[in-house]
Every structure is written in structure tokens, then in C-alpha cells.
Design a protein around this ligand. Structure first.
Ligand code: ZN
Length: 184
């Protein structure tokens, strides 16, 4: 069959690469979080680029959001830290398929995982972490996460600067997503 040469090689130039797409899904998931201070999203992806699961930080299932202690300060039992489920843990637990599908997968998360999530990631068999922010770099929790990953063969990388773009998504009819490169 003769293909019309005019149309070959004319694919759209400005489209999302895989890292941008999956981090975008993680960020969009974070928009579901009701935490007034920190919104984190995670997206687990198979080695053939299929989304296996997503998660964001929030109250445990059936815990009424309006009665959840969202505070950051005060008595430990009255702050969110002892109650909240993190994005990575939710993404792992939200996966309703076979746990063995998570083996060898990678996880996109917009904040570097805490040590509790690091353990969950390791135990689930996830092999790579791609993150955007490492704002708690150097804290005890963060150092333990990295030590756990290093010791257990999980690699981690910050999403490349060149992949850090702005997306403007309008949920109104007949609009295109605007993709804006980061100005350096
Ligand atoms: Zn965590």
C-alpha cells in the first residue's frame, strides 16, 4: 500500500512524555486531598507504562473528613500525623489487582517518600521512585528513607528540570490543555 507521504512525520510536537504524563496524574490526584496544608499524589506505573494505581493523602476509608484532626500542632493524638494515610501507601493499597503486578513497577510522587512509605514501597516490590520535591532532605525521616532505598535496591530520581512544565487544564468543553515549558 502506498502511504500518502504528505501526512507522514507530522505528529504533534508538543505532547507530554511519559514522566510528565505520570507525574501529571500524580499531581491531579493530589488535587483530591482535603489536607489544608499538604497535598501529595502518587501514581504507580508498570514497566510497560500502564497506570496500575493512584493515591493521595487523606483520612482512612470511612473516617469522616469533617471530624478528622487536620492540625499540625498540639497533642500528638490530636494531630493529623498519627491518622493520615499517605499518597504512596494509598496508591499501593488502592490496587485491587494481584500484588505481584506491583513487582518491578515504578511510583511517581510529588514529594519524596517518608520512611514509612519507603518501607511500603520496598515491600510491594516497587523498584523506582520518581519525585518532584525533596523539601525534607536531610531530616532523620528522609535520611532513613534513602538508606532504606539504597539498602534494598530501590532507585530514586528527581524528575528532570527539562520535564518540569506547567499544564493548564480547563474542565470546560472544547478546550485544549495548555503545555508551557519552564522558563529558565
Ligand atoms: Zn509517607
Amino acid at each position: 500500500m502506498e502511504l500518502n507521504k504528505e501526512i507522514l512525520g507530522k505528529k504533534r510536537k508538543k505532547y507530554l512524555n511519559w514522566d510528565q504524563f505520570f507525574m501529571g496524574v500524580a499531581k491531579l490526584s493530589a488535587a483530591r486531598s482535603k489536607d489544608p496544608n499538604t497535598q501529595v499524589g502518587a501514581c504507580i506505573v508498570s514497566d510497560d507504562n500502564r497506570i496500575l494505581s493512584i493515591g493521595y493523602n487523606g483520612a482512612p476509608n470511612n473516617f469522616n473528613d469533617d471530624e478528622f484532626p487536620w492540625n499540625r500542632e498540639g497533642k500528638p493524638t490530636e494531630t493529623k500525623y498519627m491518622y493520615v494515610c499517605h499518597a504512596e501507601a494509598n496508591a499501593i493499597n488502592n490496587y485491587l489487582g494481584s500484588r505481584k503486578d506491583l513487582k518491578g513497577s515504578r511510583i511517581y510522587v510529588d514529594l519524596f517518600p517518608c520512611n514509612e512509605c519507603a518501607k511500603g514501597i520496598i515491600q510491594a516490590g516497587i523498584k523506582e521512585v520518581i519525585y518532584l520535591s525533596d523539601k525534607y532532605n536531610g531530616t532523620d525521616e528522609n535520611l532513613v528513607s534513602k538508606h532504606l532505598f539504597d539498602a534494598c535496591g530501590v532507585t530514586y530520581k528527581k524528575m528532570e528540570d527539562s520535564n518540569q512544565i506547567d499544564l493548564i487544564i480547563s474542565l470546560t468543553p472544547d478546550t485544549e490543555i495548555e503545555i508551557k515549558g519552564k522558563e529558565k
